[in-house]
Design a protein around this ligand. Structure first.
Ligand code: SF4
Length: 247
């Protein structure tokens, strides 16, 4: 896929996008940017599966990006295979730079993240943030499964905003105003594949060493980087805020 052209102007974001449901948000983004320049960035959480299911109804060959950090649970790899079969999509895998991983692990050890927030942010930067930056060089807009009620830093997420951190591209969040219950209702109604770890008490799944099961009714994000303070528990991928105007 070709890198983004410098200086390319994107279409303006429609002013009424906040009134639209997820299918129409996706339709607006696909129409404005085109299939080649818009991709779902999937970690294969339930929101990503819902979005892929909707997207596949609009575009039979949607672009799907994923970051293989090298520390994902085996269950996530199994899910990726099931999704590839069900939707017949090619999943574009972006891995961290081998040299950066080698240098980090040589200096800090393989499980550096447990020792400090700085180490954890370094690991997320090498294994997630930098690969995502490379992946997003190939698009003019990305689709993310973020919802406003997941964590305080996502409370203002627009359905389509400008992503300042990744070069003023569109960031599309079709499920921004959905609840977790709506997501799971959609999954069960349509019998969509999902990560089997959810049935073992994992509400939110990232890398294996940084995700764990939680008690029923606990904050769904509390199983991610559970040894840190809640306000530190973001990996740097979803940088708030994205501006809504301009284009
Ligand atoms: S979630 Fe954990 S293992 Fe994965 S990149 Fe971040 S710190 Fe590293």
């Amino acid at each position: 896929m070709f890198p983004r052209q410098a200086g390319r102007r994107l279409p303006p974001i429609p002013p009424d996008v906040e009134d639209l449901g997820p299918h129409d948000v996706l339709r607006v983004a696909l129409t404005a940017l085109g299939r080649e320049r818009l991709a779902l960035s999937a970690s294969f959480g339930p929101e990503d599966i819902v979005i892929l299911d909707m997207l596949a109804e609009l575009e039979p060959q949607p672009r799907v990006l994923t970051l293989d950090t090298g520390r994902l649970p085996e269950e996530t790899y199994r899910l990726i295979d099931r999704v590839r079969s069900r939707y017949a999509v090619e999943v574009e895998v972006f891995a961290p730079e081998a040299e950066a991983v080698e240098a980090m692990v040589r200096e800090h050890g393989p499980n550096l993240f447990y020792r400090s927030v700085e180490n954890r942010i370094l690991c997320c930067d090498v294994r997630k943030v930098q690969p995502l930056r490379r992946a997003l060089q190939t698009v003019d807009g990305w689709i993310a499964g973020v919802r406003r009620d997941q964590i305080a830093t996502r409370a203002q997420t627009p359905k389509i905003g400008l992503d300042l951190a990744h070069g003023l591209i569109w960031k599309v969040a079709p499920l921004a105003d959905w609840t977790e219950a709506q997501v799971w209702a959609y999954i069960h109604e349509r019998d969509l594949p999902y990560n089997e770890l959810h049935d073992q008490g994992y509400p939110s799944i990232g890398c294996a060493p940084c995700s764990r099961a939680v008690e029923p009714g606990a904050d769904p994000r509390s199983g991610r980087w559970w040894w840190e303070q809640p306000e530190d528990r973001e990996c740097g991928i979803h940088v708030p805020p994205s501006a809504r105007d301009g284009g």
